[in-house]
Design a protein around this ligand. Structure first.
Ligand code: ATP
Ligand code: SF4
Length: 370
């Protein structure tokens, strides 16, 4: 029953001309010791070319699961895609082999995470990591073979102590001039001052903001059509957060990259996004342009999120909290999943599931509007 219900996408799927990535009726479960967790229930959304889409919602509503589904990195050991389709540049991602998906990750879709250290190798200098990313992209594009690109390989005898075990890592390579030039250019692009010096540093020698800029440079060096940023500024102080957000917005506007920014912070979404998708309990409950959502929020959950922003600076603060908590995702909701926390709940809300209805500018799943 759950898998068949297009709860978050009852609208007919219309693929727009400027569609880059279209997720349709995607349902994903995780196996856990306590039972099956229905992390995504029939989720549909579209990421358009050259737009910034924010995916917003409380912790545990399924944002990361959606991102990992798109980039093909769901944990193999306990996740299961029950139904749905993900079209990226016309390709059906869920039908691709592991190897084909790896190629998409290298050239079409890239991801950055909350803690950039997780994307950076701790014992390799920035030069080796960025050089590796650029070289791999160049070799994929057919410019050089990797053997040509790496003109220097270290000998085991050059390493001491624990580093000896890491001898196979791409350390101490020299790169052709065009790769060196591209490294410098990509660090300049993300406004890193003195890029030559930064290239010779290790990740632990950089500040959190600098590390995130390097992670963005590495992701962009793959020239992706879609960059997914999962809580990219949560670990940063407010000033650095604003700088990194501004930078990501500028880069998306300048280039050909669309950005899917995942955040629990409506203030972050307001700073960068063109459109917002609000998720609750594994479903899309509202979708609108940024202006629409802030001026005319419809879903009671979205209104509650907005009410949690600090007064006087509605667009700049972290989310407060809404009374109650998100429901147990082991349940299948044949009713409105927000019913237990909704001040407008009606009798119908406890026995029927609302569908997402509306138009391109604004849609919502709530019986107050249908
Ligand atoms: P957060 O902002 O905290 O990362 P989220 O909105 O990204 O939350 P998900 O991480 O996608 O939400 O989690 C959705 C649901 O799936 C949650 O109930 C979570 O506990 C569960 N879940 C996520 N990853 C796993 C996993 N690997 N194994 C089992 N359950 C998982
Ligand atoms: Fe509230 Fe009912 Fe709307 Fe759900 S459908 S958000 S319970 S009013």
């Amino acid at each position: 029953m759950r898998n068949a219900r297009p709860s978050s996408g009852a609208r007919e799927v219309v693929v727009r001309e400027d569609s880059l990535c279209r997720v349709s009726y995607l349902s994903v479960d995780y196996r856990s010791e306590d039972g099956e967790v229905h992390a995504l229930s029939s989720v549909s959304l579209e990421i358009r070319r050259k737009e910034i889409l924010a995916l917003v919602g409380e912790s545990g509503c399924g944002k990361s699961t959606l991102a990992l589904s798109i980039i093909g990195l769901l944990p193999a050991q306990n996740s299961r895609i029950l139904s749905g389709q993900i079209l990226f540049e016309g390709k059906d991602l869920l039908s691709l082999s592991g190897k084909q998906m790896q190629k998409i990750r290298g050239t079409g879709i890239a991801m950055i995470f909350q803690e950039p250290l997780s994307a950076l190798h701790p014992v390799l200098k920035i030069r080796e990591q960025l050089g590796e990313a650029i070289s791999i992209r160049r070799s994929r594009q057919g410019g050089h073979s990797l053997d040509q690109v790496f003109s220097y390989k270290p000998r085991a005898s050059e390493f001491r102590g624990p580093l000896k075990r890491l001898v196979n890592l791409p350390s101490r390579r020299r790169y052709p001039k065009e790769v060196e030039d591209e490294m410098i250019a990509s660090l300049k692009l993300v406004r890193i001052p003195d890029p030559e010096r930064i290239l010779n540093q290790y990740p632990f020698e950089l500040s959190g903001g600098m590390r995130q800029r390097v992670a963005i440079a590495m992701a962009l060096s793959e020239n992706p059509g879609l960059l997914i940023a999962d809580e990219p500024t949560t670990a940063l102080d407010v000033t650095t957060q604003a700088q990194v957000l501004r930078l990501m917005k500028e880069l998306a506007e300048k280039g050909e990259t669309s950005l899917l920014i995942i955040t629990h912070d409506l203030g972050v979404a307001a700073q960068v996004a063109d459109r917002i998708v609000v998720m609750y309990a594994g479903e899309v409950v509202e979708e609108a342009t940024i202006q629409e959502l802030f001026s005319r929020p419809l879903h009671p959950y979205t209104k509650a999120l907005l009410a949690c922003l600090p007064k006087g600076s509605k667009k700049d603060g972290p989310l407060g909290s809404i009374p109650g908590s998100i429901p147990d995702l082991r349940k299948s909701f044949e009713w409105c999943p927000f019913v237990e926390r909704c001040q407008y709940a009606m009798e119908r809300c406890g026995r029927e599931h609302p569908a997402l209805e509306g138009d391109e500018r604004h849609s919502v799943s709530c019986f107050l509007y249908s």
